[in-house]
Write a protein that binds this ligand. Structure first.
Ligand code: FAD
Ligand code: MLT
Ligand code: ZN
Length: 487
């Protein structure tokens, strides 16, 4: 079998005006490599045909040209593969659920795809300590379901929970809808098993399955959010919180963004430790849900902003009284146009359906320019207004939803077709604006291919130099996920 280098042209439908880095002088996959991989993982777990679903990302923005997808089922298999790739200088991209939104999980050229979905055998949970130890290839929702049978849950939740894998979540330091209460993954990951792309394919346990361990440099944190640039995560020890016995959802209509900030301030005061989600959807999001999904807001006042809040506690009566009292306070003080308290699980599920369908609903407009930024709250919605003014009627919609309680705005601009003109209006304008207003160009989705050229925005040169040096230590041949976050 021979694969021709001439075909290696990166293809993408996103940010088409930016240059793609040239293919680096990596090896080219041969029949001999494929034979080696078949020996390691078995013939059935090496795929060389019908690879489209693995080569393209969830948004259908990027399409790589890998000729081979591998499905290892153990750290030992991953180790043998990475050692071989190191020795033959074959580039590799780790892939979990392939739900990433920045083109990180797909090849840029012909990188071998290391799909980790079969890495889902080992699972153990200690219900006294709340510590879960598992392989990295479990689906997030499956882990959550298993933990709930013992009265616990995963410390994170996101719309892609039915497809994303825990290794992918850790590699992106996924945020989601419960971060406000349970913290980000740096707070909950205690240890990681990682396979390095070095001459030995070293299998290393960083951190440990212990709550407290100050016996060395806390290196496991470097893999949380490093997007597969330093090693392949094959296992994790995770601190899992007890599942709440009382969960209450409510939606609140507010006319101004300053008003939303006031509601957040008072939600923290009234609801304290039980406040677990504080999400925002603007009127354009609601209109998009109506038009593209026929989903109607539960709020009838047609507010400019619909807030979805949730509490997670253990005393239903007490929690309900607190939420009720909070809603009454908002109405009495004319801080809300209307409010709806979910009367049961179905009503709560519908409120979350509105929020979690937002990412899919915008894709039905045709084309989406997606941003995921962190901003100080006083600038959170100013950005959306600035973009509306800048783009005018050249775009179909400017939609903002997001994890307002974490200062995380998901600003999405939709058009019917990809447009150079709109691209040039948005890039680098949005990123420059965010950096100038004290924000971050990626709150939770990461850098991947999409923000590669802007990764250094607002950071000192020293940080980039250190990241590159670190990559060299872990990945001496630079074979792991090239052309992405660390360049
Ligand atoms: P993939 O997409 O397969 O990979 C993501 C990155 O991690 C890639 O760079 C890949 O190379 C690397 N990687 C994957 N597995 C490993 C591994 N085992 N070792 C080393 N590197 C690895 N994200 C949020 O943060 N919050 C949200 O609320 C949220 N909601 C979403 C809703 C929808 C509908 C969708 C489609 C996506 C959403 N996302 C969200 C983005 C995405 O789901 C997350 O980034 C998720 O954590 C990716 O997990 P995955 O298993 O799909 O990883
Ligand atoms: C979300 O919060 O819905 C996700 O991060 C996905 C998105 O931004 O569209
Ligand atoms: Zn999000």
């Amino acid at each position: 079998m021979r694969f021709n280098t001439l075909y290696f042209q990166a293809s993408r439908r996103f940010l088409t005006s930016l240059a793609v880095p040239k293919r680096l002088p990596f090896g080219v996959l041969t029949g001999k490599d494929v034979g080696f991989f078949e020996n390691v993982v078995g013939k059935a777990n090496v795929r060389t045909q019908e690879l489209d679903d693995f080569n393209k990302d969830w948004m259908n923005w990027y399409k790589g040209q890998s000729k081979c997808v591998l499905f290892p089922s153990s750290s030992e298999e991953v180790s043998a593969i990475l050692k071989h790739c190191h020795d033959n200088k074959l580039a590799v991209v780790p892939q979990s659920g392939n739900t990433g939104l920045v083109g990180g999980s797909v090849p840029v050229y012909d990188e071998v795809i290391l799909n980790l979905r079969r890495l889902n055998k080992n699972y153990s949970f200690d219900s006294s300590s709340g510590i879960l130890q598992c392989d990295a290839g479990f689906i997030l929702e499956e882990l959550d379901d298993r933990l709930r049978t013992e009265g616990f849950m995963m410390p994170l939740d996101l719309g892609a929970k039915g497809s994303c894998l825990i290794g992918g979540n850790i590699s992106t330091c996924a945020g989601g809808i419960r971060l406000l209460r349970y913290g980000n993954l740096h707070a909950n990951i205690l240890g990681l098993r990682v396979v390095l792309p070095d001459a030995k394919g070293s299998v290393v346990d960083f951190g440990s399955p212990l709550q407290k361990d100050n016996s060395g440099v806390h290196m496991h944190h470097m893999f949380v959010g490093s997007e597969g640039q330093l090693g392949v995560i094959t296992g994790a020890s995770i601190l899992s919180p007890p599942a709440p016995t009382s969960v209450i959802s409510a939606m609140i209509g507010v006319q101004s963004f300053a008003g939303c900030c006031a509601v957040l301030r008072d939600a923290r005061r009234f609801l304290g430790e039980i406040l677990s989600s504080f999400e925002v959807m603007d009127a354009a999001t609601m209109q998009c849900l109506e038009e593209n999904e026929q989903l109607h807001n539960v709020l009838t006042s047609s507010p400019n902003f619909s807030l979805l809040i949730e509490t997670s506690g253990s005393e239903a009566e007490h929690d309900e009284a607190k939420v009720q009292c909070f809603l009454e306070y908002l109405m009495e003080n004319e801080m809300a146009t209307d409010g709806v308290l979910a009367a049961n699980k179905q009503e709560s599920a519908f409120m979350w359906k509105l929020r979690e369908t937002a990412p899919l609903s915008i894709t039905k407009d045709g084309y989406v320019y997606k941003f995921d930024v962190s901003l100080p709250l006083n600038h959170f919605y100013e950005l959306s207004d600035a973009v509306k003014e800048r783009c005018g009627d050249k775009v179909h919609r400017v939609v903002t939803y997001g994890h307002m309680g974490d200062g995380n705005s998901h600003l999405n601009i939709t058009t019917k077709e990809p447009s150079f003109e709109v691209e040039n209006l948005l890039y680098p304008f949005v990123f420059d604006w965010v950096v100038a207003h004290g924000g971050s160009i990626s709150a939770e989705h990461g850098i991947g291919q999409m923000k590669r050229d802007y990764a250094s925005a607002g950071k000192s040169e020293c940080i980039g130099d250190l990241a590159r040096s670190m990559k060299k230590v872990f990945d001496p041949q630079g074979i792991l996920s090239p052309y992405k976050m660390i360049m």
